[in-house]
Write a protein of this length. Structure first.
Length: 471
């Protein structure tokens, strides 16, 4: 059966004819309450040989719905659309957004509805579901007294969160900080992050959905989602423990210009990963990095210029790639740059039980007027440098060979959906080369695994373990 329109279009009225949809359930990733979602969409298909008139498209919850719909580019104030025509063998989009109201719940809130299609006496629908997360919202805030953040709900930060001079911001275990585009954590005073293996502190961008590329990719895999952590006091004393900082423009940035007064940053069991520019910049800053990963940056992964710098049992890996989801490619700078030439306080550098690797031939560079007199000590480490340093400061070093397989996963594999994994490969040259005395200070690696499980500790933040023991 069919009808003719004024344009002589043939419309079926056969009740057996159905619509098809690109999905039966449209699911939103977690959305912060009171903050509008990104726009999701699905397709309606009319696979019939005649056109079909949809008498009504609406939301099942009506005016109580938390969702909003747009049909083929057209809005409706009440989310009701009537007499929508879809040609034979044609399709059209339905766009969906939502805003979830805040509640007192700390746990995510599930909201559901459905888009209902009524035609020829039939009803079909597509389910809509979203999780809303309540949060503490911070906008352009300077804290002027010692402050400890809460852990009942995550924090969503717009513009900046700053702590004033001579004051301390403490971020306790399990606290989650989500930063909006270009937002920063600015430390004029002191910062303490007190994460644990079980409940780390985390800092990342606020996009919890996925990039729609060849395959959906988490926005947390995309650098440049927020600004970074800036230490702007020459007298600051900062301690970061069990903290994950990911996917901003910079990780930790300490641009101190005062050569007589140096801030101190102590980093332990931390992961600083995936930045458009730098992982750690320490200018005229004393830095200690222990049992940590600093990885994947568009420029220097670690830049040191002035101060005392100690890296123990840590992995510095730069395999930042110009994937389709990254905003930029890597420049030609090394993973580790030690600059002792200008505007710098006296320098002293120590690397023990570390891995320095990446996509370049020479991932460690020292710029000093007199290399032989440079106050550096590098030992029991794997260093990717084709042009080896023949200096007394380097002892028990495993230097780069062309055929080295250093890490378990040093690329993002689309097909297998395997993300970067900087655990040593089973045949890695970084295995079994660590100094046991130094390794004993960190008996558990960054994954919480026993570093002495086979009696011979590996260099870097991670201990190789068979797959059966790594779950």
């Amino acid at each position: 059966m069919f009808l003719l329109s004024c344009q002589d279009e043939i419309f079926t009225v056969d009740t057996s004819k159905k619509l098809s949809f690109s999905t039966d359930t449209l699911t939103f990733d977690t959305i912060f309450t009171s903050i509008g979602s990104t726009t999701e969409k699905f397709l309606i298909y009319n696979n019939n040989k005649q056109a079909l008139r949809i008498s009504r498209i609406s939301l099942a919850a009506g005016t109580n719905s938390k969702f909003r719909i747009n049909v083929d580019g057209t809005n409706s104030q009440n989310n009701v659309f009537t007499n929508i025509e879809i040609a034979a063998k044609d399709s059209m989009f339905v766009f969906v957004e939502t805003t979830i109201n805040p509640t007192a719940d700390a746990n995510p809130i599930l909201i559901e509805d459905s888009v209902v299609f009524e035609f020829n006496g039939n009803k079909q629908g597509v389910l809509l579901e979203a999780f809303g997360q309540n949060m503490h919202l911070i906008k352009s805030t300077l804290l002027t007294k010692n402050t400890t953040l809460l852990t009942d709900k995550p924090y969503l930060i717009y513009d900046y969160l700053a702590i004033d001079f001579r004051k301390t911001l403490t971020i306790p275990a399990g606290c989650k900080l989500y930063f909006h585009n270009n937002a920063n954590l600015i430390i004029y005073g002191n910062l303490i992050t007190a994460g644990t293996f079980e409940n780390p502190v985390s800092m990342q961008g606020d996009r919890l959905d996925k990039v729609k590329f060849l395959d959906p990719v988490s926005y947390n895999y995309v650098a440049g989602q927020w600004g970074g952590v800036y230490f702007l006091s020459p007298t600051g004393n900062h301690k970061l423990k069990n903290t994950n900082i990911t996917s901003g423009y910079v990780g930790i940035y300490s641009p101190n210009e005062d050569r007589s007064t140096l801030p101190t940053i102590d980093i332990e069991n931390c992961k600083i990963h995936n930045f458009v520019y730098y992982g750690i910049v320490a200018q005229n800053t004393n830095v200690t990095v222990k049992n940590s990963e600093i990885s994947n940056t568009g420029s220097y992964t670690v830049f040191l210029n002035g101060g005392k710098h100690v890296f123990l049992q840590s992995t510095i890996a730069n395999y930042y790639a110009n994937n389709s989801f990254e905003p930029s490619s890597r420049d030609k700078t090394p993973a580790v740059m030690i600059m002792g030439l200008q505007r710098s306080a006296p320098m002293q550098t120590e690397f023990v039980n570390c891995i320095v690797s990446g996509t370049m031939d020479n991932e460690l560079s020292i710029a000093s007027r007199f290399l032989t007199d440079y106050k550096g000590a590098f030992s029991y480490s794997y260093i990717k440098r084709k042009d080896k340093y023949e200096l007394s400061q380097f002892k028990h070093i495993r230097w780069y060979n062309f055929d080295d397989t250093v890490f378990k996963q040093s690329t993002y594999n689309y097909e297998q959906k395997k993300y970067f994994d900087f655990m040593p490969d089973s045949i890695s040259p970084a295995r079994h080369i660590a100094d046991p005395a130094t390794a004993s200070r960190f008996p558990f690696d960054l994954n919480g695994k026993n570093r002495f499980s086979d009696g011979e500790p590996d260099a870097g933040a991670y201990e190789w373990l068979p797959t059966s023991q790594n779950n």
